[in-house]
Design a protein around this ligand. Sequence first.
Ligand code: 5RP
Length: 223
Amino acid sequence: MTQDELKALVGQAALQYVTPGEIVGVGTGSTVNKFIEALATLKDRVPGAVSSSEASTARLKAIGIPVLEANAVESIGVYIDGADEIDGQGHMIKGGGAALTREKIVAAQSRRFVCIADESKLVATLGAFPLPVEVIPMATARVIRQFAAFGGQARVRLKDGVPLVTDNGQHIVDVTGLKISDPLGFESEVNQWPGVVTVGVFAHQKASVCLLGTAEGVRTLSF
Ligand code: 5RP
């Protein structure tokens, strides 16, 4: 099976976690796009969604699912999202699509986080994928120096030759060279650096379940 087919497989499998009549939290990325396509078949039973990005909002609206403001919803039953890496405890690196801050907000509002990913995303230790960090533009140089002191090489993510601007009007710094053996401690530490909006380690908001697409079918990991 191709990676695209594995993504479609887990996108479809995630439908079993959507409770009819309940608001669903929707992440961002190519795997989530497959989930949104699958969700179209259930749209009459989904009263609305809270979305983690402008891109997912546009896709949800296109299939006729109302998109609600996060502030208008007290609690969400399930949040479905992809990951760039996930370890054996459900800790993740996310933000490859630059939507990490809103993703973490919607995940925090949700009782359950169902991660959908192809098997290439499962790792023993987080850190091989460049870690995305959303940063207020005036702090990027300082944050880059702080990562250097941690042994990481950080640089500002570019789009069309200029710094990418997130849905929140901030920049993304991608950090290589890290081995994140204590995801909870690492997330807590980096999140309190001045200028950091969100670090792309999801340990406090880790997955409850991961639906992993493999050549043998969907493998369910529970954490
Ligand atoms: C976006 C994310 C995505 O969930 C992550 O990058 C995985 O994306 P894909 O499903 O395209 O591999 O965190 O900010």
